[in-house]
Design a protein around this ligand. Sequence first.
Ligand code: PMP
Length: 456
Amino acid sequence: RYQSLAYNRVLEIHKQHLSPVLTAYFSEPLLLHQGHMEWLFDYEGNRYLDFFSGIVTVSVGHCHPKVNAVAQKQLGRLWHTSAVFFHPPIHEYAEKLSALLPEPVIFLMNSGSEANDLAMLMARAHSNNTDIISFRGAYHGCSPYTLGLTNVGFHKMELPSGMGCQSTMCPDVFCGPWGGSHCRDSPVQTIRKCSCAPDCCQAKDQYIEQFKDTLNTSVAKSIAGFFAEPIQGVNGVVQYPKGFLKEAFELVRERGGVCIADEVQTGFGRLGSHFWGFQTHGVLPDIVTMAKGIGNGFPMAAVVTTPEIAKSLAKRLLHFNTFGGNPMACAIGSSVLEVIKEENLQENSQEVGTYMLLKFAKLRDEFEIVGDVRGKGLMIGIEMVKDKTSRQPLPREEVNQIHQDCKRMGLLIGRGGTFSQTFRIAPSMCITKPEVDFAVEVFRSAFIQHMESQDK
Ligand code: PMP
């Protein structure tokens, strides 16, 4: 039936019966028919290079043949068991994931918000404190509990949520008050100069002072925890100065808090140089949350913590979740880990991601409206500005036009940032250099079209 459902009918059903807060990216929404690896196909047979992978989720490629085969096998064996019965694919998954982290205790969940909800509960149960800090611009979920941590303006509702959550300044060297031309862990540095010598970075120290200010003025003496994405995703691929997280973690621990890395977007090899984003900061969190890429698009998430923190939670309550540890999800999760290894996808993220970042940096130097190119591996942000001196965001309609033009030329990308001014690029980790060359040329044409439209 859905094969023949007309485009207009789909739009009507969407308008009448689906959540009115779900808005499509484009004025003419894409009606997808199928996906294969890094490609998507619509009902008219057009193909698109998917450079956003279902919002940083399809880690190893749409309908990856090995993952599909494993899912089909498990489908015919057992779909569901509750936590009170055991089933080897669940335990095989736990064993595989635990090999990637020191001394882990794993809680299997279904979504990133749910994982962060549990991490908040754990931090409070373990520390006996209430206050939790997260960055401005952070996205940690949309559940009433995590909405307190999510500091993205358009997600904040005029409804009470997130008791005990405090926000702190995001150490953003492009948009924030202090720049830093050599302090990001990226092959591309911001063009925004800082005044210090090449082997130091005052920006980090300035932002740490702000962090201390939050600790001294906005939270209780003892805190429950601090959440950070190793690179902010929804806020437009924002990276912190090198060394910032390490110092922030120390300050949090001095006050009795636990440190939580939200690896929902950055984990599973996407950043290239390391499997986990926190490793790129040289820190070891007390709790790690993961979702999205963990299941290549199948609903799945996890919270991983230390035995001590897991015990603090267990002492207090029975934490139960009907679908967490679902056999289908676990079988798929295992095959995703295998594919990442067998196909060297982390190495591919490093190589192709660096290649892409350097190419985009050239575009930045060519076009006045490209203010910043940043990121690591296959998590890349391109921030659009009115001009490089003011760094003011390019008006939304102009960014929309460039976005639509890219789609028309067969390239799908994401958006982020407070004013939706940043293009986000996070393809499946199997993409190739020729595909990057194509994407760069699509951007170049879209930027040229923008310039021409402004001259008229
Ligand atoms: N954390 C981060 C960093 C995310 O990007 C997201 C989703 N955008 C979440 C948590 C929430 O995940 P979910 O949508 O699966 O609840």
